[in-house]
Write a protein that binds this ligand. Structure first.
Ligand code: S3P
Length: 176
């Protein structure tokens, strides 16, 4: 895929793998625009993710997530898209991401993720016993990110180190 053909870079990965932070840094370095799917949802719905889960349920959230993702992937801008951790669960979303962008999966160990998200109150799926929630969801999603052609481990790496590792991977696939 050439730079011209490539419209989007899509960052996927479990919660706490650094998609938004790394995506923002990468965007700055490459001079691309960054869009965070969760932030778009909050903006378009005018309420927090936790509120959507609580009042309308996860299925309603997933429907909004697919609509927002599709809109971003198919508009004319060249974007770095930071997807929510569960956006990969729907086959339609995976197809859309693969069709309209280069998908990069960020990974991390469960210990590292717990460290990063343990004080988080905004993620409805991690409320309660954080370590147990992370371990359960990671087990359920252990192959969910395998469809991504590029994968970068973020464990014990700074955002700058991860961004550099991604750039290195991208350079072998596309002209940046
Ligand atoms: C979710 C991940 C969250 C957010 C929602 C559900 C998930 O995004 O979309 O809370 O199912 O993994 P982040 O991965 O950006 O935290």
């Amino acid at each position: 895929m050439s730079n011209k053909e490539l419209r989007n870079i899509v960052l996927v990965g479990f919660m706490g793998t650094g998609k938004s932070t790394v995506g923002a840094l990468l965007a700055k370095q490459l001079g691309w625009e960054i869009v965070d799917v969760d932030a778009e949802i909050v903006q378009s719905e005018g309420r927090a993710i936790a509120d959507i889960f609580e009042k309308d349920g996860e299925a309603a959230f997933r429907a909004i997530e697919t609509a927002v993702l599709e809109k971003l992937l198919t508009d004319s801008r060249k974007l770095i898209i930071a997807a929510g951790g569960g956006a990969v669960l729907a086959e339609r979303n995976r197809e859309l991401m693969l069709k309209h962008g280069l998908v990069v999966a960020l990974t991390a160990t469960a210990e590292q993720i717990v460290e990063r998200v343990k004080h988080d109150t905004a993620r409805p799926l991690l409320q309660g016993e954080v370590k147990a929630r992370v371990e359960l969801l990671m087990e359920q999603r252990k192959h969910a990110y395998d469809f991504a052609p590029v994968s970068v481990d973020t464990t014990a790496r700074s955002a700058a180190e991860v961004a550099a590792a991604i750039t290195e991977q991208l350079e072998t696939r596309i002209q940046l």
